[in-house]
Design a protein around this ligand. Sequence first.
Ligand code: SAM
Ligand code: SF4
Length: 492
Amino acid sequence: MSDKLTHKNILTKFAVQIKCMESNLLIDKTQDEARQGEAYASQASSGVFQKHFYVESYGCAMNFADSEVVAAILEKNGFGGTKNIEIADLILINTCSIREKAELTIRKRLTEFRRLKHANPGVLVGVLGCMAERLKAQLLEEEKLVDLVVGPDAYRTLPDLIAEAGTGQKAVNVLLSRDETYGDIAPVRLDNNGISAFVSIMRGCNNMCSFCVVPFTRGRERSRDAYSILAECKDLFEKGYKEVVLLGQNVDSYYWSNPENNATTTFAMLLEEVAQIDPSLRVRFSTSHPKDITDEVLHTIVKYDNICKHIHLPVQSGSTRMLQLMNRTYTREWYMAKIDRIRTLLPNCSITSDIIAGFCTETEEDHQDTISLLQYANYDLSYMYFYSERPGTLAARRYEDDIDLVTKKRRLQEIVDVQWTLSNESNKRDVGSVFEVLIEGNSKRNEAEWMGRTSQNKVVVFPKGNFNYQKGDYAQVKIQDFTKGTLLGGII
Ligand code: SAM
Ligand code: SF4
């Protein structure tokens, strides 16, 4: 059973951007279950290179964005991307450690590479990302077929590591950095959507939520040079992209100081500058930490039509006692006041969340606090998990993982059921309203229909009719109905 339960009919299951996403009514750009294990390659790659790499990505959007940095580094060093694993000289797997289940999935996938390695012993297999960082050289012992282990801050050394591994040695670099942002590397876009792109604005995390492995696998928080972010966004816009998603574990704590004049850029300032590139470029961001999202950010969202009206504001639990144990640094009441503030300033903004069921010592009363907070916040969507203890985290060291699996799953299911009702009601409220929809491409099921998204990040499918719209255009769509994960409408 998945550790990430969703209601069978939940309308708004998981995240993100690309094609074939009608089943995901509301997206968060943090974790896209539909893209887990996605292998992708830039269209320009094929045919030009003698050697080929194949990369599969798991986990959060940051990992998918990192794979695009890796692709840029490899292309500069003579490797072109391929989606065909059979012809690859280098097989990479960009990994996630957030829950035990994620790691087990990747371990299983690695065993499937064994056949390829037997057929072609010259092929190199590399593990990138959070699992590489967490397990380090131990991975080489445990997974005999792995030749390279490369942590998230060591991708620049990939060409040297590949050369080393090519001589038959095992190559490892898992050094974390205090200043690596890959800011000067223009990522090679590996999606084929051409409309929406991830842009990393920072790396790492300083928050030390007690359940979370990220501060250990991705290191200290550091913000990327604001000029390089703006240049990347402008370049994307010039290439025809219509949406950028600014990524970080905690975007609201973005803070960059220009070494030349000490002028500082906050997240609100960055958001504003990106929004000013062009009114037709949509700007999204993820993830916001409730303690850090400021009024300044909210006012900036109000000020610009092209800053999307969607905030992913993970609460994790509705119980102040749990929040303290989780080291989230806010209380239930404080969080509720933040929701009130968003609703006051941005009445048409969708709000989504992450919830963990069954954290250490959680009582039925704590659990009921989470249920009632869900109802108070009236989330359009939540990503819901049961607690998975991660070795080395504060919680693993300090607290007993004392809620049995049956109880964890039962509580998670209760949370999922409540969220399903809220999501359903959210969609019902949209019927009869008109939304500006950014067209991302053909609907998955019917080429006579478009698929696009609202500013609130809901997927809309509508007939092309006799209108002359293209992918990347905006259409005014009146919502008439909805099915499972999709709003259905018509162009007006
Ligand atoms: N930085 C973001 C934040 O604070 O919301 C995202 C962090 S993580 C990649 C995404 C989500 O995974 C978290 O918000 C949390 O709900 C969940 N998560 C993290 N550690 C977990 C654990 N040990 N067990 C279950 N869920 C976990
Ligand atoms: Fe993990 Fe908390 Fe940082 Fe998010 S803010 S990455 S949950 S430590």
